[in-house]
Design a protein around this ligand. Structure first.
Ligand code: HEC
Length: 177
C-alpha cells in the first residue's frame, strides 16, 4: 500500500521535473531555424558566439534581449548597449513570438553544444608550448640546468678518479704480498 503511494509520488515528481526541464532537442530546432543565420555557439558570425552567454548575462536579461533587443538598447540598458556597440551596432531582429520556455530550450541547446564542443587544445598533435607555457626546454640557455649538469659531470669525474685510485692502491697492496 505504502509502496504504491511512494511509486505514484516518484512517478509524479519525475513527470513534473521532465516537463519543466528545458528541452535542448527543441532548442536545437529553434536555434537552427531562427538564430543560426547569425549565430554559432562557438564561432562569431554576424552575432557573437553564444557559448557561455548564461555566464555573461542573467537568464531574464537574455530572454528579454531575444524578444526585443532594440527596446533594451533604447531604454539605456548598459549591458545591451555594450553588446550592441561591440557588434558594430548591427541590429538583432526581435523575436517577440518566442515564449520564455522556448528561449530556455535554446539556452539549454547552447549550453549542451558548448559543453561538447572540442576545446582549442584538442589538436591531432599536442602543443607543449600551449599546455605548459612555463616549460623550459633543455638548452644551454637554461642556466640553472646547465650548472647542475656541469656539477654532476665534475662529481662523476672525481668519483671515477677516486675509484681508479682505489683500484691501483689495491693493486699495489696485492703486488706487495
Ligand atoms: C539577423 C541576425 C541575428 C539573428 C537572426 C539572431 N541574432 Fe542574436 N544577435 C545578433 C547581433 C548582431 C547581436 C549583437 C547585439 C546587437 O547588435 O544588438 C546579437 C546578440 C545576441 C545575444 C547577446 C549575446 C552576448 O554575447 O551578449 C543573444 C543572447 C542572442 N543574440 C540570442 C539570439 C537568439 C536566441 C536568436 C534566435 C532566436 C538570435 N539571437 C537571432 C544578430 C542576430
Amino acid at each position: 500500500m505504502n509502496c504504491k503511494l511512494l511509486l505514484i509520488v516518484v512517478v509524479g515528481i519525475t513527470t513534473i521535473a521532465t516537463a519543466k526541464a528545458a528541452n535542448p532537442e527543441n532548442g536545437k530546432m529553434l536555434f537552427q531555424g531562427r538564430c543560426a543565420s547569425c549565430h554559432n555557439v562557438t564561432k562569431k558570425l554576424t552575432g557573437p558566439a553564444l557559448a557561455g552567454v548564461e555566464d555573461r548575462h542573467p537568464e531574464a536579461w537574455i530572454i528579454s534581449f531575444v524578444k526585443g533587443s532594440q527596446a533594451m538598447v533604447k531604454s539605456g540598458d548598459a549591458a545591451a548597449l555594450e553588446v550592441f556597440n561591440k557588434n558594430n551596432q548591427v541590429i538583432m531582429p526581435d523575436h517577440p513570438d518566442l515564449s520564455d520556455d522556448q528561449i530556455r530550450d535554446i539556452l539549454a541547446y547552447i549550453k549542451e553544444t558548448a559543453a561538447n564542443a572540442p576545446k582549442e587544445d584538442d589538436a591531432p598533435f599536442s602543443r607543449p608550448g600551449q599546455k605548459e607555457p612555463n616549460l623550459m626546454p633543455l638548452s644551454i640557455y637554461n642556466f640553472p640546468f646547465m650548472i647542475a649538469y656541469l656539477v654532476l659531470i665534475v662529481v662523476m669525474v672525481i668519483l671515477l678518479v677516486f675509484l681508479v685510485n682505489i683500484k691501483s692502491y689495491e693493486h699495489h697492496i696485492h703486488k706487495d704480498d
